[in-house]
Design a protein around this ligand. Sequence first.
Ligand code: UT7
Length: 321
Amino acid sequence: MYSKIAGTGSYLPEKILTNADIAKFVDTSDEWIKTRTGISQRHIAAEDETTTDLAEAAARSAMADAGVEPKDIDLICVGTATPDFLFPNVGTLLQERLGIHGCPAFSVEAACSGFIYALSMADKFVRLGEAKCALVVGADTLSKMVDWKDRATCVLFADGAGAVVLKAATEPGIMSTRLHADGRYKDLLLYNDGVSKGFKKVRDGTAAVQMKGSEVYKFAVNTLGQLVTETLSANNISQAEIDWLIPHQANIRIIEAIAKRIDMPMDRVIVTIAGHGNTSAASVPLALDAGIKDGRIRRGQLLLLEAFGGGFTWGSALIRY
Ligand code: UT7
């Protein structure tokens, strides 16, 4: 038994913030942001728009694409670092919105790798015969936790959601997923407050995403380079067989460095960073949906998805679409 992608969907909030808009309130420039990151603009959720709102829109579009009804879904798994509440989890909130009752519904916290982690878990449920039609979502509203006075992070992060419907199939589908984490690097990229920390920093206004950018950058390039190579060799396939690399969209320079490492021409890499920024767990499913909807990714092609995020966490998925 395998799981296969039956449909994809995505959602981006209406509000667009350009580099020029950001340059009005922090000391930065369109030129710096474009050259150092590849980002031109990003979508930002409205004040009353939550991660579940974004997830719902992406999920509905993936379900329509897959031709499935709420009654068909028997598992919901959401990767997110920005839940509406601490509980109920976003999976459960989404379940209620979609009018689905009773099936397992949960969220996975793995920062920007959240979607790959969620996909890997849902794939295992399907392979074990515990689910036949799973809804997997990556959704985040990081704009709500960045310090909008910190130019080193506020120019990077953005909001969005992407979703896939996985169905049980006799052939892959998802050929393999590989997940990794190393908590020794927890201080290089973190949001420095939470429930059991007492939300003290939230109360005194100093809670924010903190990142040692250039250290994260170096680690991400090395680790993702190794991950891609490891994924290819574990599945006994060569780079030439991959039709599309669908990377986490954190920085165009990271994406290009990884493509170069495996000799992958950039015209076989799906890049959405210019328009989306870094949408955390939404970044990979947003890129996947973009490539499918604009006709570049076609049925039968071999896809390599990869992501890297705070923790550190990282992971890949090799998929016959
Ligand atoms: O999604 C999770 C994983 N996240 C990532 O993978 C992000 C990894 N890191 C990066 O993408 C890059 O490190 C950044 C885009 C965050 C920064 O690029 P960088 O080339 O590593 O720049 P830097 O941090 O070394 O900073 C270079 C200079 C500094 O000035 P000085 O000290 O050289 O005078 C910064 O203060 O650029 C300055 N700077 C800025 N200047 C204009 C930092 N942010 C900005 C800014 N506008 N927004």
